[in-house]
Design a protein around this ligand. Sequence first.
Ligand code: MSP
Length: 659
Amino acid sequence: MDSYYVTTPIYYVNDAPHIGHAYTTILADVLSRYHRLLGVPTYFLTGTDEHGQKVADAAKKAGISPLEHCDKTVVRFQELWERLGISNDDFIRTTETRHSEVVQEILQDLYDRDEIYRGDYEGWYSVTEEVFYTEKDLVDGKTPEGNTVEKIVESNYFFRMSKYQDWLIEKIESDPQFIQPDFRRNETLGFLRKPLGDLCISRPKSRMDWGIELPFDRDYVCYVWFDALVNYISAIGYRRDEKQFSEWWPATCHLIGKDILTTHTVYWPTMLQAMGVPQPKTVFAHGWWLLGDAKMSKSKGNVVDPMAMSEQYGVDPFRYFLLAEMTLGSDSSFSEDLFITRYNTDLANDLGNFASRVTKMIHTNFDGEIPAPGEPGEDEAALAKAVLDAVAAVESSIESIALDRGIAAVLGAVGEANRYFDKTRPWTLAKEGKREELAVVLYAGAEALRILSGLLFPVMPEKMSELRRTLGIADDSIVPGIDELRTWGGLEAGTSLGEAAVLFPRIDARKDDAAKKGQAGGGKGKGNDNKKAKGKAAMSNEATKDNETEGVAKIGFDDFTKVELRTARVLEAERVPDTDKLLRLQLEVGDERRQIVAGIAAYYEPEAIVGKTIVIVANLKPAKIRGVESNGMLLAAKTGDTLRVVTADGEIASGASVG
Ligand code: MSP
């Protein structure tokens, strides 16, 4: 790849930023950072859409000019992106002359070449979506998205979009990369089965004057979408700086949400074709963040404020969660519980725990210096393979934009690394004074951590910098390059480690009071959910499952009786889709039916567990694991690569108490 140019949609400037906006921008950021890591020259653009009826209305309400209103509100996006560590190269506002002048030149050129003509318009208009609809597009008198429309009859200017219909169908059919994922491509092709009309690209100023004036008729302004789409080329020097423009265009990936598919895969390509500009390489439409079953949006008043989330839980965990949780292309539900579960599982228990195991043991046993790699054996080779496979998986996920898969592969390798320690038991080697063997294990562990932290660097730049510094990686190598990640054995023996801090303190969802005291920042956000969450969760500084700690804390009998153990019969079992580890089990517990999710899929085929009488913790608070409700936890014994579910010895009724 010679160069990479990634864009987000430009956000309506007077919207309050929510996690839907944050998601696209973080996705673009992480893709940019991965491409830079691959050594590909990269340009990342975001910005704001500042014209149109809604901005005009909001400014009027506030009693200020539209531009003043934009200047005030744009700051919310700019501050949020700074807060979230977004590495955009440019931020375009459609009210800037570098943009509006280019739009006017394009309009004039298209008008001169009869691509734009004057005609009469009669139809329906949605102010919310800033989109025109014909009678047949409406569903029960509203837009397909359910927004109200108003009738418009007026003289206007039209772009001859219809004449490009056959060309566009042919382009989409012959270029599978052009619209992704596949099912969105089919959606656009479905849309194009109906005759395509011409596009009304003007608004009479008498009705709405907040927009770019048509150069050939001063009584009109440009339709906001026609104006907005041009940002993707005006920002990189179209008609101004040929060198800059040809450096980035058309090596483009437009990231969008599924609701703006038609504007990006019908309006935009036909506009470009009329202008004689090559088509972008890819338009990728992701799904929506939902709250319950509803799309998060300002008009519904159900938004989650990204600023408040990042203040409460930290920027990097928030970035991680959004990317890891959403299967690219599909919708995803957001909930604070889901966030906490994923944080505790992936970051606190798996990655944080492994990092703390490696670094603490090197500090304790080798004076904080990376030991010599020694003679690696089969286990080390298997670990190296698992880690290097994760590198390959991340590379392929960058190519396919499905970063959630790459991230899952990295976490899979972190799991392998933890299992490697469980198997090689470095704490026992230390106790027995087997220093050479211990050196082999700790070197391999540190090396795995070096590569895995590099792979996660684009997702969590701050936290992974911290971890890489702890590993003794020099400042100029903190930002990784792909070559060093593809090679096992990069750490040098004798390098001094930095301080080992707890990277991801566990969030204890029960520590209500501690939460109120221990909140970072205090969350300015207005999102109801965040307010709720403040009293619900707290970061604790306890290390997670710290296996190297000698001696286990003793508990009293009373503590034990708090745990309600019961027998349960497994009635049904199935894999949780899109996961490697999870089985969903339907249980009979006495008279009750309940569902639990268990991380045993790597050890049990679903059929093998059905019919068994197992033991569960019956009084755990329900949790959602990967969006699936789990009402309890089964007991299992684990050593090295072996895991066995605890079962009753012989016949016993389900629901019986175990103690
Ligand atoms: N201004 C236009 C885009 C012009 S691009 C030339 C616009 N702006 S928007 O602010 O309403 O939306 C911007 C993006 O945010 C869209 O891609 C939209 O899909 C996305 N999201 C808005 N709500 C969303 C969710 N609840 N979930 C995920 N993304 C969603 O449209």
